[in-house]
Write a protein that binds this ligand. Structure first.
Ligand code: PBG
Length: 334
């Protein structure tokens, strides 16, 4: 008797999963070392590598040690690093003047890295939170975060970073109008090749907790950042922000945090087709590391799977504290 139509599945998707060779042939996305940006914390001092307790495996490094990390990154094929300064409470002021000091430790690190490994792209952080006595990304006047005066400071900070040799400026502050102001100032100062990767869709997120420990902002921060960072309930607003930042001269845009906001990554990529990055933030990193340390998940596999998810969601690359571990795994064929 001939089998009827219903006796076997019309489409056998499992045929395309039967072996590594076939799975490789039909794979839709790939994650490579060229997709990585490695965030690094830089502090004052010499020969210091100080662990960040809430981010197992992550260090605050003095400038000399950051240079060593940048060399390691370049050797692994990581195309870019991103520098965040750690500042103790005694280095913070109300006027945030340290932010545009050409000799602050972040700017010294940029110069030292560009001298030692010029091929690696150096991205910066533009925001006042790491210099501000109250931990906010903008100036605080009468309990409010003021927009336009903050922009003047961010522009000064940007120019100091570009002078130091930064390749990519990373405004993480969420003030309105800062991209246009920064782009204009860069052009006027002759830095027309310096790029801007705008933190365009940055949410007021509890996933930043460990980062605030890492940069010394937790103890300083008064209140929350909800008057400038986005409401996690919003999605259409992210598209309007990305459109605005691209029109003001951003070269690339970022969605932050990453994993809980993959829907936003996809919408942004579909709507604009611009270079789109996600920041797998400190809390995401800490969760994976904590569960792995308990033996509750296979940390390495979860790490790789989480990065593939960003590619599937349309991202061109990812800022992740896992960058060197991922690069090593990719190199060793993991
Ligand atoms: C602040 C800034 C934050 C992060 C990067 N830049 C924290 C915040 O907005 O409070 C978070 C990064 C992370 O959590 O890994 N300018």
């Amino acid at each position: 008797m001939r089998p009827t139509q219903a006796a076997y599945p019309a489409a056998r998707f499992r045929r395309a999963r039967q072996s590594p060779a076939i799975r490789g042939l039909v794979r839709e996305n790939s994650f490579g070392v060229e997709d990585l940006i490695w965030p690094l914390f830089v502090r004052s001092g010499d020969a210091i590598e100080e662990p960040v307790p809430s981010m197992p495996g992550v260090m605050r490094r003095s400038v000399d040690k950051v240079v060593e990390a940048a060399i390691e990154a370049a050797d692994l094929g990581i195309p870019a690093i991103c520098l965040f300064p750690y500042t103790g409470i005694e280095e913070r002021t109300e006027d945030c003047a340290g932010a545009w000091d050409p000799d602050n430790h972040a700017n010294r690190a940029i110069r030292a890295i560009k001298a030692a490994v010029p091929q690696i792209a150096v991205m910066t952080d533009v925001a006042l939170d790491t210099y501000n006595i109250n931990g906010h990304d903008g100036f605080v006047e009468n309990g409010e975060i003021v927009n336009d005066r903050t922009i003047e400071a961010l522009v000064r900070m940007t120019l100091a970073q570009a002078e130091a040799g930064a390749d990519i400026i990373g405004p993480s502050d969420m003030m309105d109008g800062r991209i246009g102001a920064m782009r204009g100032a860069l052009e006027q100062a002759g830095h027309s090749n310096v790029m801007i990767l705008s933190y365009a869709a940055k949410y007021a997120s509890a996933f930043y907790g460990p980062f605030r420990d890492a940069v010394g902002a937790s103890a300083a921060l008064t209140g929350d950042k909800k008057t400038y960072q986005m409401d996690p309930a919003n999605s259409d607003e992210a598209l309007r922000l990305v459109e605005r930042d691209l029109s003001e001269g951003a070269d690339m845009v970022m969605v932050k945090p990453g994993m809980p906001y993959l829907d936003i990554c996809r919408r942004v990529k579909d709507a604009f087709g611009a270079p789109t990055f996600a920041y797998q933030v400190s809390g995401e990193y800490a969760m994976i590391q904590a569960a792995a340390q308990h033996g509750w998940i296979d940390g390495d596999r979860v790490m790789m799977e989480s990065l593939m998810a960003f590619k599937r969601a349309g991202c061109d690359g990812v800022l992740t504290y896992f960058a060197p571990a991922v690069a090593r795994r990719l190199r060793d064929g993991g």
